[in-house]
Design a protein. Sequence first.
Length: 220
Amino acid sequence: MSIRVVVADDQKLVRAGFVELLENAEDISVVGEASDGEEAVEVVRRVRPGVVLMDIRMPGHDGLEATRAIADDPDLEAVRVVVLTTYELDEYVFEALRAGASAFLTKDVEPEALRDAVRTVASGHALLTPSVTRRVVDAFASAVPEPKAPERLDQLTDREREVLALVAEGLSNDELAERLFVSRSTAKTHVSRILSKLGARDRAQLVVIAYETGLVPRTP
């Protein structure tokens, strides 16, 4: 079964370029397009894709508002948003991750990397490069100068806090298992329980929570 994708970008030529790149993959099909955030939400509600490629900066309702609307809609729980940005250090990227985006990519992404990103988030995983994510968080999390709601972590066990901190470093389940000397299934179970306890959509939101609560300190 092919991965159903909606592409949202206010620039028609850019949007057409992404559509062509995605359609070149046998396992991906573009089922809708949108030129602004409001239209993106409407299209997503109508066609129910697995993944949305969302330009973060659009006129009117931007990608941030659209991402939040999709993430907040219980009927769209299975939809994953990949935010597209011109610059890695975009002030809106951190907010998009907080709002529920599963990944962010720069618009100069290589074609195969774009297709792989779609496949990754469609399979239920977040796509985050730890070094880039940390730079984004450090640069723009100043909106939360002090740890926000650290008591949110009270429901986690000590081991789960340890796992959350490692997830925030970008470790995969295999890497978690190796670091903690446990099986991959045990590592996966830890992550699943943390997601459930914190009400997070995916690992991307776990990264944000780890920084916001002060579990992982921001770089001075």
